[in-house]
Design a protein around this ligand. Structure first.
Ligand code: HEM
Length: 469
C-alpha cells in the first residue's frame, strides 16, 4: 500500500514578499510554491538582502563543497538567535575559531567512540521500553515529548557522564526549551539586512535564559572536575586542556543543543510514519525478529538492521529535522549564471531538495526501500543532505544515525504505537521541523498480553486535514 504523508498546501504561484515573510514566520514550510520543487536555483531580493537558493546537486556542491570557504559563515539570523547561548561555540563560529573547535569536537564524537556511546543508548531506550510495558494497552502518550526526553537523557549521559542523573538532565532540557521559546531564528530584522542595533524581540529574556543555562552547565562542569574520569565527552575535551572554562561550556551547550532535538524529531516522525504504513511496519518487525529475536540490540547488530536504517533515512528525507541550511556569502561569486553579492544569504533547503521532482521518483511517498543497498532509487549525495554536506557537515552524524536506529529497534521490538483518535499531524518548522507541538499516540504491547485487546491495524488517519498535493 502506498502512503503519502502530510505536507502543507503548495501555492500555485510565488507569494508576494510580505505574505511570504508573514507566512514564513508561522511555518517556513508553507511558503514554497509548487514549482519550487522543480526549480534548480532561485533568487529574490528581500529589501536590502539578496537571497539565493541552491536547489540542484551542482549548486549544492558549489556552495557547500567546492566554494565552501566563501559560504562558511552561518546566516545572521542563526548567529543572532544562538550567540547569547553558544558564544563562540562551534555551531555558529567561523574562521580560525571554528577550525580549532571542529578539530577538537569531531574526534570526541567520532564513529570510533560509538563502542562507548551505544551501550548508553541501548540502556536508556530499554528503560523507556520497560516504562511503556507497565502502561495498560491503548494508553495515550505524547511521543514528541517522550522522544525528546529519551534523546536528552542519552546526550546528557554521554556528554556529562553517567552520574548526571535524570533530574539534572531534565533541568538542562527545561532551560533549553525556555530559551527556544524566546528565540526567533527567522529574526526578520536580520533577514531584511537591517543593522544590528535595531532591538530584537525578547532580547532581555533571551539574555536571562542564557545566563540560567550557563549557570547550570558551569555547575555540572565544576562537579565533573572533582569526579573520576568516566569517558564522557566533556572529560575528553577537558583532557585536551586547550579550552578555557567558557569555551568548554560553550561546546557543551552546542553538543547538547545540536544533539538531542534533531534525533528526537526524527524518531517521533518515524513512529508516526510506521503507524500509517502497515507494510513498512510489518517488514520492520520481521527484521527485528530475525536479527534480534527477544534481546535488545548491540552496536554489532546495527549493520544488520538494514531495513530499520532505511526507515530512519527515509524519515530524514521526508522530514529533515533541519530543513534549511543558510549561509552568508563572504565575497562576490557566481552560482550557475547568477551573480551572488557579498553579504547575500545562500540557502540549501533540504525540505525542497529531498522532494525535488527531478531527483526523486514519487518524491512525496514514504518508501524506505529506496534506501536499501542496490536500490535503483538511491539518492545522489548532493540531493540528500539531512546532516548537511561539506566541511560543516554534522559533527554528530554517526552518533545521531546510530542512536536513531538503536532507539527505534529497541522500542519497536516490544511496542506498537498508533495515532491517537482525532490527532492532527501537520509538519511545522520553528527551530527544527516537528509534527506540531505534540504527537499524541497510543501504546500497545507487540505481543498481546493474555486477555488484552490487540493494537488496531496500522492505517492512514481518516480524513487527514492536511493537504496531500
Ligand atoms: C538525526 C540527528 C541529527 C541531524 C539530522 C543533524 C543535522 C545537522 C545539520 C543539518 C547540521 C548543520 C547545520 C547548519 O549547517 O546550519 C548539524 C551540525 C552539527 N551537529 Fe548535528 N544532527 C543530528 C544529530 C547530532 C548529534 C547527535 C550531535 C552530537 C552528539 C550533533 C552535533 C552537531 C554539531 C556539533 C554540529 C555543528 C558542526 C559545525 O558547524 O561544524 N548532531 N547537524
Amino acid at each position: 500500500m502506498e502512503f503519502i504523508p502530510p505536507f502543507p498546501p503548495r501555492p500555485k504561484t510565488a507569494l508576494p514578499v510580505f505574505k511570504l515573510l508573514r507566512l514564513g514566520m508561522q511555518n517556513f514550510l508553507s511558503i514554497w510554491e509548487d514549482k519550487a520543487f522543480e526549480y534548480q536555483t532561485m533568487s529574490m531580493q528581500l529589501l536590502a538582502r539578496q537571497v539565493v537558493i541552491c536547489n540542484s546537486p551542482d549548486t549544492v556542491r558549489h556552495a557547500f563543497v567546492t566554494h565552501a570557504e566563501n559560504y562558511e559563515r552561518k546566516s545572521p539570523q542563526m548567529r543572532n538567535a544562538l550567540s547569547p547561548l553558544l558564544g563562540d561555540g562551534l555551531f555558529i563560529s567561523d574562521g580560525e575559531t571554528w577550525k580549532q573547535r571542529r578539530q577538537m569536537v569531531v574526534p570526541v564524537l567520532h564513529t570510533t567512540r560509538l563502542g562507548q556511546f551505544a551501550p548508553v543508548m541501548v540502556q536508556t531506550a530499554c528503560e523507556l521500553g520497560d516504562k511503556w510495558a507497565t502502561l495498560p494497552d491503548g494508553s495515550t502518550i505524547d511521543v514528541l515529548k517522550a522522544m525528546a526526553q529519551l534523546t536528552a537523557e542519552i546526550i546528557g549521559r554521554t556528554v556529562f557522564g553517567q552520574t548526571l542523573g535524570s533530574d539534572r538532565t531534565q533541568e538542562v532540557v527545561d532551560a533549553f526549551s525556555e530559551y527556544q521559546k524566546y528565540v526567533d531564528q527567522r529574526d526578520l530584522t536580520s533577514l531584511l539586512g537591517l543593522p544590528s542595533w535595531i532591538p530584537r524581540r525578547h532580547g532581555a529574556k533571551i539574555g536571562q535564559s542564557a545566563a540560567r543555562i550557563h549557570a547550570i552547565l558551569d555547575g555540572i562542569i565544576a562537579d565533573l572536575r572533582r569526579t573520576e574520569d568516566d569517558g564522557s565527552v566533556i572529560r575528553m575535551l577537558m583532557k585536551d586542556g586547550t579550552l578555557d572554562a567558557t569555551a568548554l561550556r560553550n561546546e557543551a551547550a552546542v553538543i547538547f543543543m545540536a544533539g538531542h532535538e534533531t534525533t528526537a524529531n526524527c524518531l517521533a516522525w518515524a513512529w508516526y510514519l510506521l503507524s500509517q504504513a502497515p507494510d513498512v511496519e510489518a517488514r520492520l518487525h520481521e527484521e527485528l525478529d530475525t536479527v534480534l529475536g527477544a534481546r535488545a540490540p548491540t552496536l554489532a547488530d546495527v549493520p544488520r538492521l538494514v531495513y530499520t536504517r532505511a526507515v530512519i533515512e527515509e524519515t530524514l528525507r521526508l522530514y529533515p529535522p533541519v530543513p534549511l541550511l543558510a549561509r552568508e556569502a563572504t565575497h562576490d561569486d557566481t552560482i550557475r549564471s547568477r551573480k551572488v553579492k557579498a553579504g547575500a544569504l545562500v540557502i540549501v533547503v533540504p525540505w525542497l531538495l529531498h522532494r525535488h521532482r527531478l531527483y526523486w521518483r514519487k518524491p512525496d511517498h514514504f518508501m524506505p526501500e529506496r534506501f536499501l543497498p542496490g536500490s535503483p532509487d538511491a539518492p545522489d549525495k548532493y540531493t540528500y543532505v539531512p546532516f548537511s554536506i561539506g566541511p560543516r557537515i554534522c559533527a554528530g552524524l554517526s552518533f545521531g544515525l546510530t542512536e536513531a536506529i538503536i532507539c527505534l529497534a529497541t522500542l519497536a521490538r516490544t511496542a506498537r504505537l498508533r495515532l491517537a483518535p482525532g490527532a492532527v499531524v501537520e509538519p511545522v518548522c520553528r527551530l527544527t521541523l516537528r509534527p506540531g507541538d505534540s504527537l499524541p499516540m497510543t501504546v500497545w504491547a507487540r505481543t498481546p498480553r493474555p486477555g488484552a485487546q490487540v493494537a488496531p491495524p496500522a492505517a492512514p488517519a481518516q480524513g487527514c486535514p492536511v493537504h496531500h498535493g
